[in-house]
Design a protein around this ligand. Structure first.
Ligand SMILES: Cc1cc2nc3c(=O)[nH]c(=O)nc-3n(C[C@H](O)[C@H](O)[C@H](O)COP(=O)(O)OP(=O)(O)OC[C@H]3O[C@@H](n4cnc5c(N)ncnc54)[C@H](O)[C@@H]3O)c2cc1C
Length: 401
């Protein structure tokens, strides 16, 4: 069986694009197949052409100078110089129908009394609720942190593994601490996809995969087949479980029961003049509401427009009620919305015991030419995803010289 490519990657989110970059840098012929019309997956800068290209992040919005793998890729592509600092604006709470300061929900005495436990309390294997109630106090957790954390992961946070929420990574001090790009973070995905040695085919949903001693045979919906010696699955866990070829039963069993959190994202744009009463904000953290969080575009001000992405719980409100709730939080009349769009986001649901699950999966993949990556190995951040992509690339092809 002749091979079309050395390495085929399924999924053009940051995990798959990172895997493609690491592979192409090794001189391997690399193809990425993506089901959507666009690359980026959860990185999704929604551009409004009739508003002069104004954009709002409907998914991932911030990169940090602790994202070492991402910065390595940006270095390779000559993009590190182009990072844009984010204006320092703060988050506010949305509670009981009003915007409030974060400190209004903080119990300072309790935080100070609990904080020393930060140095002694074990994190591994603990739920977010258990660990953070100990190190910052029960009332702080219940009144503030629970909502702040669920705003980060866009799903209930109590049962999430504490070690997967934030991961300390070394910072590259010469780079701005928190950054974006002039055209939004989709610029990163588009630049990686356009990198030399990488071919990306969009609107190609993979339906099934067969594996033999010669390699992988990947069947795209519609019937087309592509062959490759090495394969990387960079898709959400339920999709990966469905695509695993015969011979990988142990890997499929390791994925059993992994779920995705569905997020109904509403992106709204209004004129600056119609939002004059709302000071610049990073976003809103909702306390007990139908949305987890709203992220604004105020970090990169535009002369004419402001934009917001509201991340709603699935099924909590219908489309009209979501719009009304979003407008209420912004003191905006719905008639003043100049552009809007809806995006279906999905993020993996991780649970304690996740590290053991991944260890079982890795044992099943060891020694095979199949790699798996995604935002569901170490954590959901883009850098967590790229850390996995790099490790899998090294496993398949050896550490680069
Ligand atoms: C609202 C929100 C805010 C976030 N904010 C941040 C942030 O500020 N900073 C940060 O670091 N991270 C953030 N994240 C997390 C981060 O953006 C994501 O975890 C990461 O981008 C996921 O990348 P991925 O490639 O693993 O998965 P995805 O982006 O989900 O990519 C998977 C890709 O696989 C494709 N696919 C699926 N099935 C098939 C198939 N059968 N055939 C072909 N292709 C298929 C999908 O279309 C998709 O493009 C945020 C996420 C969300 C949703």
């Amino acid at each position: 069986m002749s091979q079309d490519f050395d390495h085929l990657i399924i999924g053009a989110g940051i995990s798959g694009l990172g895997a493609a970059h690491f592979s192409a840098r090794r001189g391997l012929s690399t193809l990425v197949l993506e089901a959507n019309e666009r690359v980026g997956g959860c990185i999704n800068s929604q551009r409004f052409d009739d508003l002069g290209g104004f954009w709002v992040e409907a998914g991932g919005h911030t990169c940090f100078n602790s994202y070492g793998n991402l910065l390595d890729i940006l270095d390779d592509l000559g993009l590190t110089e182009q990072v844009q600092p984010k204006l320092k604006v703060g988050y506010r709470l949305w509670k009981d129908g009003a915007r409030r300061s974060i400190t209004s929900a903080l119990h300072l005495g309790e935080a100070l009394a609990s904080l020393p436990r930060l140095f002694s309390e074990p994190k591994a294997g603990r739920r977010v609720a258990d660990y953070y109630s100990r190190v910052l106090g029960q009332r702080n957790y219940e009144d503030l942190l629970r909502y702040a954390f669920q705003a980060v992961i866009c799903q209930p946070a109590d049962d999430y593994p504490a070690e997967a929420l934030f991961r300390k990574k070394p910072r590259r001090k010469e780079v701005i601490k928190a950054f974006t790009f002039n055209g939004g973070l989709s610029s990163i995905a588009e630049a990686i996809a356009a990198g030399s040695g990488i071919e990306v085919r969009t609107a190609q949903r993979v339906g099934s995969i067969a594996h033999s001693a010669e390699g992988f045979e990947v069947r795209i919906d519609g019937g087309k087949v592509v062959r490759a010696r090495h394969l990387t699955l960079a898709v959400p866990p339920p999709v990966a479980a469905g695509l695993l070829p015969e011979g990988f039963e142990a890997a499929r069993v390791a994925l059993d029961g992994m779920e995705m959190a569905e997020i109904e994202t509403l992106v709204l744009v209004a004129r600056n003049t119609d939002l004059a009463r709302l000071k610049p904000i990073a976003g809103l953290i909702a306390i007990e509401d139908a949305f987890y969080s709203a992220v604004s575009r105020d970090f990169l001000p535009d002369p004419a427009h402001r934009g917001f992405a509201f991340h709603f719980r699935p099924g909590a409100l219908d489309a009209e009620a979501q719009r009304a709730r979003a407008c209420q939080t912004l003191d905006l009349n719905p008639a003043q919305i100049v552009a809007e769009c809806r995006v279906h986001n999905r993020l993996p649901v991780l649970r304690p015991g996740h590290a053991e699950r991944i260890a079982r999966l890795d044992a099943a993949l060891a020694g095979t030419p199949l790699a798996m990556t995604g935002n569901w190995f170490l954590g959901v951040s883009m850098e967590d995803a790229l850390t996995r992509s790099r490790a899998e690339s090294d496993r398949l092809f050896g550490a680069p010289v």
